[in-house]
Design a protein around this ligand. Sequence first.
Ligand code: SER
Length: 587
Amino acid sequence: MKAIELRNKYLKFFEEKNHKIISGAPLIPENDPTVLFTTAGMQPLVPYLTGQTHPEGKRLVDYQKCLRTDDIDEVGDNRHLTFFEMLGNWSLGDYFRQDSIRYSYEFLTKELNIPSDSISVTCFAGDNVAPKDEEAARIWEECGILKENIYFLGKEHNWWGPAGETGPCGPDTEIFLDTGAPKCSDHCDPSCDCGKYVEIWNNVFMEYNKKEDGTYEKLSQKNVDTGMGIERMIFLLQGKNNVFETELFMPIINKVKEMSKLPNDASLRIIADHLRASALLVCDGVVPSNLGQGYILRRLIRRCIRHLRKVDFDVENIEVIIDTLIDSLKEMYPELEKNRENVIYQIKKEKNRFMNTLVKGEKEFYKIINNLKEKNVDIIDGKTLFRLYDTFGFPPEVTAELAKENNFKVDMDGYKLCFEEHQEKSRQGAAGVFKGGLADHSEQTTKYHTATHLLLESLQRILGPHVMQKGSNITAERMRFDFTNPEKVQKDVLQKVEDMVNEQIDKGLVVTCEEMQLEEARQKGAKGVFDSKYGQRVKVYTIGDFSKEICGGPHVDNTSKLNHIKIIKEEAVSSGVRRIKAVFVEN
Ligand code: SER
């Protein structure tokens, strides 16, 4: 079974169980400055897991593009990926343990024909927050899972979330397939990572909320959040040894192999994974830069280039493998075809930037380690790491990898200190955003959120209908808004935009929210993305007679609750995309 067939089967199965198919969110969380990327299917659903009503109801199913960067340096072995796809079904205060487990069992054994005795499950062993999950174990046993294949494990294994510091979480039951390999020891169980057991699905019984002080409270409703990694599931279904042997990676791996003189497995996997992740990031609007998401993209592309050079692939031919990647994945991700030109453009541009300094940087690197060798030192200090980054464009992670290949260590903490000292503007990137966390729906961010609607409408009225929102990012201190416009917006025009927004704030316009069919929203002239295949019911926020936009909310109920805005910056993000930063000021 191919990945796309598994995806469709999953959606259909849960649709038949009265779930609504919704579309996944982009890789870049909207209005959530506390996380860099969408890392799990539940992330865009946090407001609904904590009690807001979802326009599509209480049973949802989707597939979600996810990116996790914690393991970036592990990619190269046969398991780790940066980008992956998660299939998920949710109950928002509807069914709980019983149906969740039964659906999973039915899907695995009836739809995918997996023999029941090759399935192992783990359940929560209990602690002072939640009791031992005897109920989950009993339901599994009633379904037909062998008693000896049911394990109880502690919080480090069988508790999921919150995704950040606070938010919805709960005990989970994880589902594993036995690859048939022998146990690595007498203690080998699903928590062992010898490779015998592969986790394929995680059902979280989300009834707790972790608070800032570290304590837990019950959520207003009991939810189920599940996630199945599509790459893992299909390699097992296809009887392959690992994810890289599936149709998601083989075409690109084969192409690179064919065109390189010194292929090795680890490099080929790194190239395939990083190029896939990079292409999909570009599709979601990320451009390589020194900060935040752009920096991760830069690291992915640069590490990919380094490995292409390592296998002796002529990087001037990189377009050939980007084309192969897009051709082989466009059925799963049609956005790759739509953005083909831009994907090639951005990756090639970053390749050129890196190549301009790479040779010099590598020379410098070897000079450094030769000097250190003479002094019998085997660690590269933070200052040197910073210089390699600042002057030669070597991300410290790339230097670290190069160092490891040459039996050197690196002082990452020292690097971070230098980085923070030298680049005021990067402090945020190095220290804050990598921590992760969930959407900040504080009063201030809610206000900024409403202001973005006023801003979009004003930009369209003043600059013209070609203005489209390309993204927004809000913190309690400011709003950032990206939109399409071919050229710089002149000062006097910006002033008009600012005035128009402030005029609406002064008018005290009422903000209302209605749920309706997507088609109806379109007919009513609501702004928003209409090309989504799924998610027929939407929320539409109307601000007086000024603006109407499809949006998940939340918003203030009257514009008089906002302060005046001041546009403090207008700049280019990429060709044809401008960025405005604005803050609230005293009226
Ligand atoms: N949130 C859970 C996970 O990421 C289930 O989707 O594993």
